[in-house]
Every structure is written in C-alpha cells, then in structure tokens.
Design a protein around this ligand. Structure first.
Ligand SMILES: [Zn+2]
Length: 54
C-alpha cells in the first residue's frame, strides 16, 4: 500500500484508541451508594456491593 494512504489511516486508528482509553478512565469511578458507600454494581466476583435496596 502507498504510505500516503495508510499513514492517515494509522493516525485515525491510534486517535480512536486514545479516545477509547480516555473514556474508560473517565468511567473508572463507579457509581456508589450514598448510604453504605459500596458500589451499586458488582465489577468482580465476590466483591461487596450495596444491598440497601434489598
Ligand atoms: Zn447501600
């Protein structure tokens, strides 16, 4: 392939990867319960989660 074709494509792809990484790190802080402070959704097996609503 010609370099003037795949270089902009490569830049576009790496830009998308960076944008996705930023999105994921922005969501690193999960929603937590205001009463017990535990996460509302389990992310790992066995992790303590909020049971206030039960
Ligand atoms: Zn709770």
């Amino acid at each position: 392939m010609r370099p003037d074709v795949w270089i902009p494509l490569l830049v576009l792809l790496s830009g998308a990867t960076v944008a996705r990484t930023l999105l994921v790190s922005a969501r690193k802080l999960p929603a937590t319960c205001a009463r017990c402070g535990l996460r509302l959704e389990r992310r790992a097996l066995g992790e303590p989660v909020c049971r206030c609503g039960l």
